[in-house]
Write a protein that binds this ligand. Structure first.
Ligand SMILES: O=c1ccn([C@@H]2O[C@H](COP(=O)(O)OP(=O)(O)O[C@H]3O[C@H](CO)[C@@H](O)[C@H](O)[C@H]3O)[C@@H](O)[C@H]2O)c(=O)[nH]1
Length: 328
């Protein structure tokens, strides 16, 4: 079994690569190193390639044949919601173009197992408290649209040439499984708090007048290590050859945490009693997004092991092990 991990040098990808290495699976990492860094992938071979470039089809197909690849885990994508609103065509080129190239290469090389990084962003502003996979999906930005279209593309390839696939819809991924694999970008709430503390500034809370108990947005935070384990569960299910009951799975915990609760958890983990500034709402934020995780538990036997305290503790520990350590 040889697994091609595209985007394997990035934050989530590197966690999955490490788990695969721990169980001695053969791994070939493909990454353009625009977010990721090669020191995150240990001894595994690295093919530096931007899958959104047209010539990547041949490069990928050749690598799949050479390495006897049996399954592809595809992480590589752009993932900034605001940027996707400003540069929609580029998001389609990167996320959909890249995925199309990967799938063409798989068809050419006869590789028919795939795990795709989808997102809770496919749901948009859901009209229910806890979202299950089958509710109507109305993404509200190009980023979320590219993830939904990605799922459709895989369903089409299943019908056309027998692709076996799983789309994992990630909720709010945070934390770190190993101190050297922290989130290098500062795009999400927890790293944004650390980033501001490192700059000597107050972290910000976007919106305190939402219809939630403490007025701040509620999200379903999932530990990146748990998320990586979900990929392994999906991979093993595909490799078993068993009939897939479903293709799309929420990867969440079924529990919600408010922004203020996260801020409190950071105060506790770090021991820093900082002040957080209360700002206006950020455009496009749904008040609450929690994933119903029943399906993945029943079908793949996966369940989140870590809660918010472990997520924030591990994120803090990795941040403090990195180059922008906050002096206490
Ligand atoms: O400095 C900050 C940063 C964020 N927030 C709030 O924290 C919450 C979480 O924000 P963020 O970490 O940016 O995550 P989301 O906007 O929930 O989006 C994440 O989760 C989505 C799916 O649920 C994915 O599609 C996105 O890629 C991913 O960034 C939101 O209410 C933000 O308004 C703050 O209050 N202050």
């Amino acid at each position: 079994m040889s697994i091609m991990v595209i985007g394997g040098a990035g934050y989530i990808g590197a966690h999955v690569v490490r788990l695969l290495q721990e169980r001695n699976d053969e791994v070939l990492v493909v990454d353009d190193l625009s977010y990721g860094t090669s020191d995150r992938i240990g001894e595994s071979p690295l093919l530096v390639c931007d899958v959104a470039q047209t010539d990547s089809v041949e490069i990928l197909a050749n690598a799949m044949r050479e390495h006897g690849v049996t399954a592809v885990i595809h992480f590589a994508a752009r993932k900034q919601v605001g940027e996707s609103v400003m540069k929609p065509a580029w998001y389609y080129q990167q996320n959909i173009g890249g995925l199309a190239n990967v799938m063409l290469a798989m068809e050419i090389a006869g590789v028919n197992q795939m795990i795709f990084s989808s997102s809770a962003a496919v749901y948009g502003m859901p009209p229910v408290e806890v979202v299950s996979e089958d509710i109507e999906k109305h993404p509200i930005n190009p980023y979320g649209e590219t993830k939904l279209i990605g799922e459709w593309m895989m369903a089409d390839c299943e019908r056309a040439w027998g692709l076996r696939w799983v789309g994992l819809r990630y909720f709010n991924v945070a934390g770190s499984g190993w101190d050297d694999l922290g989130d290098p970008a500062t795009l999400n709430l927890i790293p944004m708090i650390f980033d501001r503390l490192a700059k000597g500034e107050n972290p910000k809370i976007f919106g305190t007048d939402y219809p939630t108990p403490d007025g701040t947005c509620i999200r379903d935070y999932i530990h990146v290590h748990d998320l990586a384990v979900a990929h392994i569960a999906a991979l093993d299910k595909l490799a078993s050859g068993e009939e897939m009951k479903y293709h799309q799975y929420n990867v969440g915990t079924g529990k919600g945490t408010s922004v203020k609760e996260i801020v409190d958890a950071v105060r506790k983990s770090s021991g820093v009693d900082f002040v957080a500034d209360e700002e206006d709402r950020r455009a496009g934020d749904p008040p609450q997004l929690i994933g119903d995780a029943t399906r993945i538990q029943e079908d793949l036997g996966w369940e989140a092991k870590f809660g918010v305290a472990e997520i924030v503790d591990s994120a803090w520990s990795a941040w403090q092990a990195g180059p922008r350590r906050i002096e206490l």
